[in-house]
Design a protein around this ligand. Structure first.
Ligand code: ADP
Ligand code: MG
Length: 234
């Protein structure tokens, strides 16, 4: 990348991305030669039928898995050069379908632990964590409960607060509103919009919900391993 490049590189550039799972009996090619660039300040949704490769795309883009072919670059640098661990720590946060919470901790401890691991500084970590939990609709007593005592929807909110706590450039989420009631889901979407539009983050959300997609800036549709449509609302 030369210094006199006219425009910044996209925050995430996906080039010629293909992915094949190799089982004992057969190989399944899930993604085929995908090219796409994600930008800062934009809230994206990814739609597609079940099995269309949405979770696979998210796990490659979030540095949890390595593609069979092609490359992914963050700010113009290949993820393998940055190091997947470092990329996940410093630049990308992911809200998983199965929340991956630390089950022996309280909600607020899950959030502050993530802050410690990713190097979020400051003496007020706990207050900030409580604040984030309140923003996703958990009260003080829920925030200080062991996460195993919370419902699925409440655990999902802890996972969202934990991802928000890490000050990263890209936020990925896999069906983040699947277990939430309508009001809470709307509040979570408001947070995603605000992160993109006011904090200049790149937010990428996999969903089945047309309603959620309608509130994002750009929607990608995955079909047969390809991005078959992109609709722009921004
Ligand atoms: N670890 C895996 N091993 C083998 N096949 C997999 C694996 N993960 C996903 N698949 C297959 O890849 C396809 C896409 O899966 P996935 O990315 O989870 O789709 P989506 O999230 O859109 O439902 C499916 O056919 C699925 O069975
Ligand atoms: Mg999935």
């Amino acid at each position: 990348m030369t210094a006199d490049t006219a425009t910044d590189p996209p925050v995430l550039r996906i080039s010629g991305l293909s992915h094949t799972y190799t089982g004992q009996r057969r190989r399944t090619t899930v993604l085929k030669q995908i090219d796409y660039s994600f930008e800062r300040g934009v809230f994206y949704t990814v739609l597609g039928a079940s099995g269309s490769g949405k979770t696979t795309l998210l796990s490659l883009a979030s540095g949890l898995d390595v593609p069979t072919a092609g490359s992914i670059a963050f700010d113009g640098v290949d993820l393998r050069t940055i190091g997947l661990g470092r990329y996940r720590n410093k630049h990308a946060a992911t809200i998983f379908q199965q929340y991956n919470l630390l089950t022996y901790m309280t909600a607020v401890q899950n959030v502050t632990t993530a802050m410690e691991i990713t190097g979020v500084r400051g003496r007020h970590r706990k207050a900030r964590a409580m604040d984030l939990l309140a923003r996703v609709g958990l009260d003080r007593s829920q925030a200080t409960s062991n996460v195993m005592r919370l419902s699925g929807g409440q655990q999902q909110r802890v996972a969202i607060a934990r991802a928000l706590a890490c000050d990263v450039d890209i936020l990925f989420a896999d069906e983040p509103t699947g277990n939430l009631d309508e009001d809470t889901a709307r509040g979570v979407i408001d947070i995603f919009r605000e992160l993109a539009h006011e904090q200049n983050k790149c937010v990428v959300v996999v969903t089945h919900s047309q309603q959620l997609a309608a509130r994002s800036d750009r929607t990608l549709t995955l079909r047969r391993g390809k991005v078959t449509a992109v609709s722009n609302r921004d």
